[in-house]
Design a protein around this ligand. Structure first.
Ligand code: 5GP
Ligand code: MN
Length: 366
C-alpha cells in the first residue's frame, strides 16, 4: 500500500483545475535534470492520455543534456532560449500552469518573470516540488502547492498525485507507459540510481508498480547513464587526475574548471552532470564541491546584474552533513541536505576563493 499524502479536497482541486483547463503549460527548472524532465513530461503524458483534447505544452528555460534526449516526449519540449516566441505565446494563452521540481521563480530564469505575471493576473497554478525555499522567494502562497522536501524526487510526488487522483475520480485514467517511464527516470536520477535518499520501502513498491506497467528499468539506466561521449569521459579523467584537491582533515574534495578547460573537452550541456559525485567514491571523503565557469545565458541577464560570466556550483555530501546551508549562505543557492547548488556571478577565481575561505565553517572535521 502506498500511503496517502494528499487530502481529498486537494485532489478535488487538482482534478477540477485540470478538467476546466484547455491550454496547459508545464514548466520545469533551468538546466533540466532527469527529475525536472521526468516529473514534467510524466505529468504531460498522463494528462494527454486521459484527455487528448487538451493542449499540453512542456516548457524549460534552456536546453537539456543529450543523455536525456531519449525520454518519451523530449523532442516536443519547448526550450525558451531557442523558441522564446512560442514559449511566450503558450504562457500567455495558458489557462493552467503546472510547475514541477521547483517553486522559486528564480530557478527558471526570465521565464520566472512571466510566470509571476501570469499568477498575479489570476492564472491558476499547481506546484509540485521537493525543495525547501524561503517563503518570500517562493510562489507556494499564490498557488495550489504541494511541496514535500522529504520526497527524494518530484517525479515520485507526481506519481503519487496521479495515482491518488485516479483512485478518487473515474474521470481520471491510469498512468500510461510513457508517463511511467518518465517518472521512473526522474526517481532514478534524483537518487543516483537508488544509492541515496532511497532507503524506504514505499519507493520500491512504486518502482514495482512502474515495472508492472511496462517500464524497462534496465533500459532507462543504460540510456541515461551509459550514454557518455568519449569527450565527457576524458573530461572526468582530467578532473580526477589534474584538478581534484583533497582537504583530508575536512573530508572534502574540490574540483573547478574554467571555460577554457571545458572547451578543450568539447563541453556540451550536461557533460558536467555527475562529476561532483565522483570524489565521494574515495574512502573518507564525505563532501564534494564542483565548480565550472559558464557564460550568462539570455534568460539570466537580469539575475546576473551586468556580469557576463557566472560560476555554477554543485555540492554533494554523505550522511548528516548538510551542504544546502553552505550553498545558501555563500552562493545564494540551496537545495537538499546532501545535494545542493548555487550560482556566482563573477569570476571562477573569486568563486573558488570564496569557497576556500568558507569551507572550514561548514564542513565537519569528524
Ligand atoms: P546540481 O548540483 O545537480 O546542479 O543541483 C543539485 C540540487 O541543488 C538541485 O536539485 C537543486 O535542489 C539545488 N540547486 C542547484 N543549483 C541551485 C541554485 O542555483 N539555487 C538553488 N536554490 N538551488 C540549487
Ligand atoms: Mn528534483
Amino acid at each position: 500500500m502506498i500511503s496517502k499524502i494528499f487530502t481529498s479536497e486537494e485532489l478535488n482541486q487538482v482534478q477540477s483545475l485540470i478538467a476546466h483547463a484547455s491550454q496547459i503549460v508545464i514548466l520545469s527548472h533551468m538546466s533540466p535534470d532527469g527529475d525536472a524532465m521526468g516529473s514534467s513530461l510524466g505529468f504531460r503524458h498522463w494528462i494527454k492520455g486521459c484527455m487528448p483534447e487538451k493542449e499540453v505544452t512542456n516548457i524549460v528555460p534552456n536546453s537539456f543534456p543529450s543523455f536525456l534526449h531519449w525520454m518519451p516526449g523530449a523532442k516536443d519540449i519547448v526550450v525558451y532560449e531557442q523558441q522564446s516566441e512560442e514559449a511566450n505565446r503558450k504562457m500567455q494563452e495558458a489557462d493552467l500552469i503546472i510547475c514541477t521540481d521547483f517553486n522559486e521563480p528564480k530557478r527558471i530564469g526570465s521565464v520566472g518573470t512571466i510566470l509571476v505575471e501570469r499568477i498575479n493576473a489570476g492564472t491558476p497554478c499547481i506546484v509540485i516540488d521537493h525543495h525547501i525555499v524561503a517563503a518570500e522567494k517562493s510562489i507556494v502562497h499564490q498557488t495550489l502547492a504541494f511541496v514535500r522536501p522529504q520526497s527524494p524526487s518530484a517525479s515520485e510526488l507526481v506519481y503519487r498525485l496521479i495515482v491518488a487522483c485516479q483512485e478518487t475520480s473515474n474521470q481520471m485514467c491510469p498512468i500510461n507507459l510513457d508517463a511511467a517511464t518518465c517518472l521512473y527516470t526522474g526517481m532514478m536520477t534524483d537518487t543516483g540510481n537508488f544509492s541515496f535518499n532511497s532507503n524506504y520501502a514505499e519507493m520500491y513498491e512504486i518502482i514495482a508498480n512502474l515495472v508492472r506497467l511496462g517500464v524497462n528499468k534496465d533500459q532507462c539506466y543504460n540510456q541515461t547513464f551509459n550514454a557518455y561521449t568519449a569527450d565527457r569521459m576524458r573530461l572526468m579523467g582530467y578532473c580526477l587526475e589534474k584538478k581534484m584537491r583533497i582537504f583530508p582533515e575536512y573530508h572534502l574534495a574540490f574540483i573547478y574548471l574554467s571555460r577554457r578547460e571545458l572547451y578543450r573537452f568539447n563541453f556540451q550541456s550536461g557533460d558536467a552532470e555527475g562529476i561532483v559525485n565522483l570524489p565521494l567514491q574515495i574512502k573518507d571523503v564525505y563532501y564534494s564541491c564542483f565548480m565550472r565557469e559558464d557564460k550568462v545565458s539570455p534568460s539570466e541577464v537580469e539575475l546576473a546584474g551586468g556580469s557576463k560570466i557566472k560560476v555554477k556550483i554543485s555540492m554533494r555530501s554523505q550522511g548528516n552533513r548538510p551542504v544546502n546551508t553552505f550553498c545558501h549562505d555563500i552562493f545564494g543557492g540551496g537545495g537538499h541536505m546532501n545535494a545542493s547548488g548555487g550560482e556566482y556571478y563573477g569570476s571562477l577565481t573569486e568563486a573558488a576563493q570564496r569557497f576556500i575561505e568558507s569551507y572550514s565553517k561548514y564542513c565537519k572535521r569528524d
